[in-house]
Ligand binder design. Sequence first.
Ligand SMILES: *[C@@H]1O[C@H](CO)[C@@H](O)[C@H](O)[C@H]1NC(C)=O
Ligand SMILES: *[C@@H]1O[C@H](CO)[C@@H](O)[C@H](O)[C@H]1NC(C)=O
Length: 245
Amino acid sequence: MVTLSWMLLLCVLAEGYGSEVGVQEGCGRWMGGVPGTPGLDGQDGRDGREGRQGETGDTGLPGVRGERGEVGEVGGDGVQGRRGFPGAPGLQGQRGESSFLYRSAFSVGLTTPTTTTDAPLHFTKIFYNEQHHYDDISGKFRCFIPGVYYFTFHLTVQGQGCKVGLYRNGRVMSLTLDQFLTSDLDQSSGGAVLNLSSGDQVWLQVYGAEQEEIGIYADINNDSTFTGFLIQPRLPSSPLDNRRR
Ligand SMILES: *[C@@H]1O[C@H](CO)[C@@H](O)[C@H](O)[C@H]1NC(C)=O
Ligand SMILES: *[C@@H]1O[C@H](CO)[C@@H](O)[C@H](O)[C@H]1NC(C)=O
């Protein structure tokens, strides 16, 4: 049946396209024959087209670890950190030197009236001269500890006037004048703070060699005194000096 239908279709197609030769004749006489036997199986067809791509397979296992790379270059400086907390207090310092090393003081007086004009007043009555910085031979104070000193004097004046200078290395630092004329006794005083260097000398002396009125007096009941002492030493190691800078 299938083959017969194919034959019919072929005849129709052949006529439709105007094909001549035996085909038209064959078709005109088909009704006269008997159906033929079925043909042999045809040859295998050609391979079909490639199929569509399949789905992606599962991920494989990781590969073997590679070799270690070279060390990179040093990076730049980081940002400065914040200020730290204050440290703990330091240990207690060692005991300092005794201030006794820096002591210098004297207090002396006259024992007799004096008329000396060309030399220091010679105080021989010693109230205090522990360090012997006052020289009772020359009558001069000699500075051994550089620093600031205070000097003061109180002179008893009798009968005449007097003019006394506080000397430092031959220069008058301070002058005291007493112009006593009428009464019997008077006093003349003075003082100064001096910044001395080691070796400086300080003394009292009548001012003016030609001065006639010289009435510096002293006896057992009436003193004429000369006093000096160190206020503040000036030493390289002095903490007071360091603080001042
Ligand atoms: C005292 O004198 C010294 C040296 O002449 C000087 O260095 C120092 O500053 C002076 N001190 C004062 C308090 O005047
Ligand atoms: C010295 O002082 C005493 C007592 O204050 C006094 O009696 C005497 O007259 C004084 N000396 C002179 C010379 O005035």
